[in-house]
Design a protein around this ligand. Structure first.
Ligand SMILES: *Cc1c(COP(=O)(O)O)cnc(C)c1O
Length: 416
């Protein structure tokens, strides 16, 4: 049996514990939702003040040059690159994950249209994050080239679904609901053997688990900065394209920021070389600048240390829930196998939505995903082992006392 003292000892021995001091976390809250919206780096307030007062206020239009606004998407991309196993000059931070998916999927389909035009199938998972599937729908309708989406219902079905008709395989590396993590290198190998191209969505991977894009032979990747990377609500997303593929085609959102010579004001589009061609238009600089504050904290540690703590946190949570909440109709949907687990843990419960609302009312913030899934994110930069203990005790009380049955916890909010 694990007790609270054991968890407190784990906190004392945790080499990453001091990093928490660099985050603003409210008193009385156990935040297990850093996988949806990361906590605020303390430095962001001063950075925002600097951007607004000095760069915008005093610098005005001059700040595009003097404060380096023009190159911010690429400079931040270089700082993010080591976290996802990419090289310098290969990552850009811009737009949203949905928009970046539109760009890289368009590019991948163009590459295949030239290499193997008979390949018209895009393979993905039915449990993929909805926006990924919606973007596939929208783009393929626009292209009118007879593309179809082939969805599999479980990761085991992926190999059999990839064949001579497959153009692109679009997978989210760590599933947003279940926390299942694909073996990126092995799956990319399968995709390439079949002659297809891979797109990896790293929304729940970047800053959560070690990712080795170059080493895995991946083709395209996209992901968020507002989740584990703590960039702030709606902060821009990233895009990465393997250097061998990047200059083969032009992505279709060919805005002036992606032009080889933006201020020539030429009548025709000519793409920049490299990942800069994935830029489109003017970025919200106040938001983009915040991304730097999250990345600065990651630069004080490394993904291996974070992964070690993440697995210790998720192991502890699973063990404690099974110890404290036994007999309560909870079903673990996250793999126990470390190699297949990201940094969040999900349990199914018939009243999952109401249980999460009752937890939030007690200061334990997790989130709910249809159907019946209660999801808890563990962010090794700031989650404490003793918080895992406290969260599970509160969950146990809510289940024992059926607090979730109260009317106020049954009300559906627009964001769950
Ligand atoms: C969170 C998430 C997104 C979000 O896309 P936005 O365009 O930033 O809203 C996309 N894909 C996955 C897998 C996600 O988990």
């Amino acid at each position: 049996m694990i007790n609270k003292n054991h968890c407190l000892t784990l906190d004392e021995q945790d080499p990453l514990a001091p990093l928490r001091q660099q985050f603003a976390l409210p008193e009385g809250v156990i935040y297990l939702d850093g996988n949806s919206l990361g906590a605020r780096p303390l430095a962001s307030l001063e950075r925002a003040r600097q951007v607004i007062e000095q760069e915008w206020g005093d610098g005005l239009i001059r700040s595009w040059n003097s404060a380096g606004w023009r190159d911010l998407p690429l400079r931040l991309g270089d700082r993010l690159a080591p976290l996802i196993g990419a090289g310098a000059g290969e990552v850009v931070i811009t737009d949203t994950t949905s928009i970046n998916l539109f760009k890289v999927l368009s590019a991948a389909l163009q590459v295949q249209a030239e290499r193997a035009p008979q390949r018209r199938v895009i393979v993905s998972e039915s449990s993929n994050f909805p926006t990924d599937l919606y973007i596939v729908e929208g783009l393929t309708q626009l292209l009118q080239r007879g593309y179809s989406l082939r969805l599999v219902d479980s990761p085991e079905q992926i190999p059999a679904a990839i064949d001579q008709d497959t153009a692109v395989v679009l997978l989210t590396h760590v599933n947003y609901k279940t926390g299942y993590m694909h073996d990126m290198q092995a799956v990319t190998g399968l995709i390439h053997e079949a002659g297809a191209l891979s797109i990896w969505d790293l929304a729940h991977s970047a800053g959560a688990v070690p990712v080795a894009l170059t080493q895995s032979g991946a083709d395209y990747a996209i992901g968020c900065t507002y989740k584990y990377l703590n960039g702030g609500p709606g902060s821009q997303a990233f895009a990465w394209v393997a250097p061998t593929l990047c200059d083969l085609v032009t992505q279709p959102l060919s805005g002036w920021f992606g032009h080889a010579r933006q201020f020539d004001m030429a009548t025709h589009y000519e793409p920049s070389s490299g990942i800069a061609r994935y830029l489109c238009g003017t970025q919200p600089i106040t938001s983009l600048a915040m991304v730097e504050c999250g990345l600065e904290i990651f630069e004080q540690t490394d993904m291996q240390s974070l992964r070690r703590k993440s697995l210790a946190l998720t192991d502890l949570f699973i063990q404690l829930v099974e110890q404290r909440c036994a007999g309560h109709d909870l079903k673990l949907v996250t793999p126990r196998d470390h190699a297949k687990r990201g940094s969040h843990v999900s349990f199914e419960h018939p009243e999952g939505y109401a249980v999460i609302q009752a937890l939030i009312a007690r200061g334990v913030i997790g989130d709910y995903r249809e159907p019946r899934i209660m999801r808890f994110g563990f962010t090794p930069l700031y989650t404490r082992f003793s918080e895992v203990w406290d969260a599970v005790q509160i969950l146990g009380e809510i289940l024992d006392q059926k607090t979730w049955a109260q009317a106020q916890f049954q009300v559906r909010h627009s964001v769950t």
